[in-house]
Ligand binder design. Structure first.
Ligand code: IMP
Ligand code: MG
Length: 181
């Protein structure tokens, strides 16, 4: 795998598609094992989680479950703005449902915290979160996902759904910003 340049910044290969596929299978098996109902509702947080959600949802293979989508935005360039915007709201009624949020990455944890607060006010039986990636050293509000694909250092990454100002989401592997930019 070669380096790539996006918006004038150079990124190097970090997590291969094979490693991603392996951890997606593992977390899907863990989430499935812990589900108390056979019809939980999965909530994919757009835009970043769309690719992980597609692979995870196929891997979990629960035909009576549902998946729906919500959109949040907090990143500006390569830094978290710290300010949350709910761009596309939740249309489904989650009262009495087992809810599992699918995130691409938990960085400061503000998005996760805000989202979980919003969802808990809607009377679900339970809300859990699965995140493909987690940056423990960036954590600012104690919100750790219940299930994690990879714990990674606090560096900016992209690919496999993750973007830099909307670009690079379609890459099959994950890349990390090189030090010498
Ligand atoms: P948090 O609220 O700081 O935890 O950030 C959450 C959101 O910021 C994630 O859902 C991503 O969309 C975005 N984000 C965090 N870290 C990265 C990164 O390294 N690359 C691209 N997007 C990121
Ligand atoms: Mg996200």
């Amino acid at each position: 795998m070669a380096d790539i340049t996006i918006k004038g910044l150079t990124f190097e290969p970090f997590i291969s598609r094979e490693e991603i596929a392996k951890q997606v299978e593992r977390v899907a098996a863990e989430v499935k094992r812990d589900c108390v109902s056979e019809n939980p509702i999965f909530l994919c947080v757009l835009n970043g989680a769309f690719m992980f959600a597609a692979d995870f949802y196929r891997a979990i293979d629960m035909p009576k479950s549902e998946i729906t989508f919500i959109r949040f935005k907090s990143y500006d360039g390569t830094h978290s703005s710290g300010e949350m915007k709910q761009v596309m709201g939740l249309a489904e009624n989650i009262a009495g449902r087992e809810v599992i949020v699918i995130e691409d990455i938990v960085d400061t944890g503000f998005t996760a915290l805000e989202l979980l607060k919003t969802l808990e006010a809607l009377y679900p039986i339970s809300v859990k979160m699965v995140s493909l990636l987690y940056k423990p050293d960036s954590q600012k509000c104690g919100k750790k996902p219940d299930y994690i694909g990879f714990e990674i250092p606090s560096k900016f990454i992209l690919g496999y759904g993750l973007d830099l100002d909307g670009q690079a989401r379609g890459l099959s592997d994950i890349y990390v910003l090189k030090k010498d930019n």
